[in-house]
Ligand binder design. Structure first.
Ligand SMILES: [Ca+2]
Length: 113
């Protein structure tokens, strides 16, 4: 995705269900474009993530996705449809009274209104 003359890349980290909360996962890689031998562009951004029982859009981890947080999601992913992202779950949580972790189904569920 292009933003202000720069390119932005998004990734989705999926973890094994046996990976417990609190575990920190790191990742690294190179971005290769153009012909071999050309300078590789610098890549900035997060190189680590923590496994937690909170939705990734819930930045302050209060089990709710508030207006600021959902606007941030749209700002980060303005072309979410092109990326194949389904924001239905996030919008459902935003419109509800938050969410909770269902330990049986290992999923996040929106609370009922
Ligand atoms: Ca929140």
């Amino acid at each position: 995705m292009e933003a202000s003359g720069r390119n932005r890349f998004a990734y989705l980290a999926k973890v094994n269900e046996n990976t417990g909360p609190g575990r920190r996962l790191s990742f690294a890689g190179n971005l290769i474009i153009g012909k071999q031998g050309e300078d590789e562009p610098k890549v900035a951004g997060a190189q680590e993530t923590e496994v937690a029982l909170f939705h990734w859009a819930d930045k302050n981890r209060d089990n709710r996705i508030d207006d600021y947080e959902i606007l941030s999601v749209y700002e980060i992913f303005p072309n979410f449809r092109e990326l194949g992202l389904d924001l239905t779950e996030i919008e459902k949580i935003w419109a509800s009274r938050g969410y909770r972790w269902n330990n049986e189904t290992k999923t996040i569920e929106a609370n009922r209104r």
